[in-house]
Ligand binder design. Structure first.
Ligand SMILES: [Zn+2]
Length: 379
């Protein structure tokens, strides 16, 4: 295995040394601006046309454009610049240090490795022109609401296909799960707990609903999706009651519902609504409702059968011996790119993403550059 391109490694070290923790996830997070400005300078010094796309609160996407031989076709490459916060690191979380073939630091694997490889793929095209116009977006906020990718989708530019950079160990992910999260509230009637029969206990009412949701989850687990597994429902948070001697007037839960491709957030909410309706009309007369709007992160449709999946599969096979269509339980920027066939490929393993002492193995970086570049030239 030859050692990776030194320019690629030093770019990835620089990116890892720029703290870009998502400020929506940590009060001390600096956000993506410094990364975007670094990337802008990097591109300009290498003659790549680029611009900042302001998204929100001084947090810009960086958009790089390389015209193709066919000006009517566009392909999107996208990798995010934000990271999750750091917690319990043994040493400097932004060191970018290399030890034993591993480059260490928050974001090295998720997903600055993919971003650096995509950028190097553009920088090393030389005189060769991509077939379709390539637009590379370094997107903000993937780790929270994905408003960077949302801005790309809302920009009105039509893309034939997208390649999303995330650490897949160079496996070709053509489908992944989405999620929808919202609250359900049960309303009770508070009275002194010495005479509970005069009130309505919201916690007891919620308990019945939770058991019904558990039953729903058992049924969901039977709806196996060949690529991503079955959907799932978790009651992840609960709060209720006001003090020790009052029958609780309210109880709330958060529901985390994982969606498979083809399921809609609205459909998942409706399944729960049907359960609530049953309890409202049952002998218990539970006053229960969903609190909306929900946090929605749809599951993109599988890219199986699309041209980008076919082209990427062959190239992954040639370069890295991967390319079998796989699915993933996690989400990506693809969830915002409705209607665009998306594949997810990148160097590094999801097993290191979001961990303390995150790192990326250097040996997949060159392959990633080759894969991205061949897709640019051949799609
Ligand atoms: Zn990521």
């Amino acid at each position: 295995m030859p050692s990776p391109d030194p320019q690629l490694v030093s770019l990835l070290q620089d990116l890892t040394r720029i703290e870009s923790v998502n400020p929506s996830l940590s009060k001390t997070g600096s956000g993506e601006r410094a990364m975007a400005l670094y990337l802008q300078k990097y591109c300009e010094e290498r003659g790549l046309a680029c611009e900042l796309q302001e998204v929100k609160d001084g947090r810009p996407n960086l958009v790089v454009l390389v015209p193709g031989t066919d000006p009517d076709r566009r392909i999107l490459f996208i990798a995010h610049t934000d990271t999750v916060p750091v917690d319990k690191w043994e040493d400097n979380p932004f060191s970018g240090d290399i030890r034993d073939g591993l480059l260490h630091g928050r974001g090295s694997c998720d997903t600055k490795g993919s971003l650096a490889a995509m950028l190097r793929a553009l920088c090393t095209l030389g005189a060769r022109k991509p077939k379709a116009t390539v637009v590379l977006v370094a997107s903000i906020d993937e780790e929270y609401r994905k408003i960077g990718a949302r801005a790309v989708a809302d920009s009105g530019v039509a893309y034939e296909a997208a390649v999303v950079g995330e650490p897949t160990s160079l496996e070709l992910v053509v489908a992944h799960k989405g999620s929808v999260r919202w609250q359900v509230e049960v309303e009770g009637i508070p009275v002194h707990s010495s005479r509970p029969h005069l009130g309505v206990n919201a916690i007891t009412g919620m308990a019945r609903i939770i058991l019904a949701l558990e039953e729903l989850n058992r049924n969901l687990s039977l709806r196996e999706n060949a690529l991503v597994g079955p959907p799932a429902l978790t009651v992840s948070l609960i709060e209720g009651g006001i003090e020790l001697t009052t029958v609780p007037p309210a109880c709330r839960i958060w529901i985390d519902r994982r969606l498979t491709p083809g399921e809609s957030p609205q459909g998942a909410i409706q399944e729960v609504e049907d359960i609530l309706k049953h309890f409202r009309e049952s002998e218990y007369k539970i006053v229960a409702r969903s609190l909306l709007p929900a946090l929605e992160d749809p599951a993109p449709l599988s890219a199986e059968g699309s041209r980008i999946a076919e082209v990427a599969s062959q190239i992954c096979k040639d370069v890295a011996g991967t390319g079998t269509f796989t699915g993933a339980p996690w989400g990506t920027d693809a969830s915002q790119l409705t209607g665009i066939p998306c594949v997810v490929i990148g160097p590094g393993s999801m097993a290191q993403a979001h961990t303390s002492n995150e790192y990326i193995t250097l040996d997949q970086l060159d392959y990633a550059v080759q894969i991205y570049q061949r897709i640019m030239l051949e799609y």
